[in-house]
Every structure is written in C-alpha cells, then in structure tokens.
Design a protein around this ligand. Structure first.
Ligand SMILES: NC(=O)c1ccc[n+]([C@@H]2O[C@H](COP(=O)([O-])OP(=O)(O)OC[C@H]3O[C@@H](n4cnc5c(N)ncnc54)[C@H](OP(=O)(O)O)[C@@H]3O)[C@@H](O)[C@H]2O)c1
Length: 256
C-alpha cells in the first residue's frame, strides 16, 4: 500500500494497454487508497486486457491518449477532468524502442540511423511525457502530495553509456531525462506539492525488451509484477528533496 498518498487518491498511467503501464494500473487498483485510476492508451477498443479489467472495476477509467498527438492529449485532459478535479500520481509509461509506423529499430551502428525513426522515438519517449505534464499540470495544482514519475531507462544516462548503439532510444531517453529535470526545477518553484522524477524500471519482460533478452541473466530480467512493486516502493518513499532526480528500481541514483 502506498502509505504516503492520501485516501481517495487518483492516478493517471500512460501507456497502460500492456507491459509495465498495464501492471501499474493493476497494482494501483489493488491499493484501496486509490479511488480512481485513469488508464491512458492509444486505442482503448483494442486494449483487451485493460477492457476486461475495467469491466469489473468501476474505479478504472480507460482514456484515449496518444502521447504523440498534442490535441489528443488536450482531449484526454478534458475527459479525465470530467471525472476528477485532481491527480496525485501520474506515471508516464508510454515508450517505444522498436517497431511502430516508422519501423524504429535498435540501431547497432551509425549507418542504421534514420530520420523517421529518430523523430518517432523522440515524439513518444521525450516529447510525450513533457506534453503530458504540460496539459495535465492543472490537475496537479492542489495542496496534497503528488508525484510525476517519468519512466525512463538507464540507457538514457550519458555518464553510464559504455556500450553505444540504440541511437534513437538513447537520445530520446536522455532528452526525456533533461526535460524531467528542467520541469522539476520549474515545479519546485510553482507546484511545490509535486515531486517530479525519472525512474529506471530495470530490464523487464515485456514486448519492448523481448528481442534483447537473450543475454540477460534470468535473475536480472524482472516480471512486470516485480518491476512495478519495486517502482511503487521507490515512489512511496519520495520526498520533496528527491525532485529532479533519476532513480533506479532499487532507489539508487543513476548518473545523468
Ligand atoms: N521493458 C524494459 O526492459 C524497460 C527497460 C527500461 C525502460 N523501460 C521503459 O518502460 C516504459 C514501458 O515500457 P514497456 O517495457 O512496458 O513497453 P511495452 O510493453 O512495449 O509497452 C509500451 C507501451 O507504450 C505505449 N505507447 C507506445 N507509443 C505510444 C503513444 N504514442 N501514445 C501512448 N502510448 C504509447 C504502448 O501502447 P500500444 O499498445 O498502443 O502500442 C504500450 O502501452 C517505456 O517508457 C520504456 O522505455 C522499459
């Protein structure tokens, strides 16, 4: 249970159709402190697991939310605002490493870099969380505890980059981190109730990591259940002093 959040808390999760985002929705619903969970996904009609969960759970509200579509984000805010005047937790999970209309791929070398894939990677991973923050800010404007958790990746760390490759994803995650830090500085002045952090979930068994799991030792490949339990523990322990940090699943600090 997230004991640092007030009773009757409301959360928004983006990228909630599958993977880590879907599991955040599941675990938040298991916490009686969370009275409402808004699950943002691009195509609610096609998110079968989410729809099944919503069928028996009135606290869950699926919301159409494509983080690469700014007018669509504004429409999602209007939908969420019709169901709550405040959010206590926003988990930005939407992310892409490979696939999609731009056929993004984890580039091994410079020759693999393509403009369309760079744009697609930045649109979702970097611009997405920032635009979600911009438009949902008004629902974070209250006096109770609030957390904006931008799910990033260790590979977005410039200081920790020893392997290279994955240009579009690494670059976009580094930009996501910079935006998160910049936003945290602004909100420390204007939205003092909000703790704003970038979080690394650890390598997790999802569609995103599946093509790259062969070299990951089993004990380092987390289930979504374990990942989200660990991240919720980190989120629950956050204090205003942590705003603007980049933290791993175990609470340790990651160099920028
Ligand atoms: N899995 C890992 O090992 C790992 C490691 C480090 C960081 N991460 C980060 O963790 C986050 C979640 O990843 P995951 O492993 O759960 O990936 P996943 O299983 O591939 O899920 C990605 C989610 O993002 C959504 N999404 C993609 N583009 C979107 C858009 N334009 N608007 C809204 N939603 C969009 C997908 O929705 P659709 O179903 O509509 O495609 C899906 O819900 C990502 O930010 C990722 O970078 C994951």
């Amino acid at each position: 249970m997230l004991s640092s959040f007030p009773d009757g808390s409301r959360a928004l999760v983006t990228g909630a159709s599958r993977g880590i985002g879907f599991e955040f929705v599941r675990q938040l619903l298991a916490d009686p402190r969370f009275e409402r969970v808004f699950a943002g996904c691009r195509e609610p009609g096609q998110a079968g697991a989410l729809a099944s969960l919503a069928a028996g759970e009135p606290r869950l509200r699926p919301v159409r939310l494509d983080v690469a579509d700014e007018p669509g984000i504004e429409a999602a805010v209007a939908e969420v605002a019709a169901g709550t005047d405040r959010l206590h937790l926003v988990v930005s999970c939407a992310g892409v490493l490979h696939g999609g209309p731009a056929a993004m791929a984890a580039e091994k070398r410079l020759a693999d870099v393509r403009h369309a894939a760079l744009v697609a990677g930045f649109a979702v991973n970097a611009f997405g969380p920032l635009l979600v923050a911009k438009h949902f800010e008004r629902l974070l404007a209250h006096r109770e505890r609030a957390v904006f958790a931008s799910i990033s990746a260790r590979v977005g760390s410039i200081g920790d980059n020893r392997l290279g490759g994955w240009y579009a994803y690494r670059g976009a995650k580094a930009a996501q981190n910079m935006f998160t830090r910049t936003l945290a500085i602004e909100w420390a002045r204007t939205r003092r109730n909000v703790v704003c952090v970038a979080l690394h979930p650890g390598t997790t068994d999802t569609d995103l990591s599946r093509p790259f799991q062969a070299n990951v030792p089993p004990e380092k490949l987390f289930t979504t259940g374990r990942t989200v339990r660990q991240l919720l523990e980190v989120i629950d322990r956050l204090t205003p002093a942590d705003t603007g940090s980049f933290l791993a699943w175990d609470g340790s600090r990651i160099p920028w």
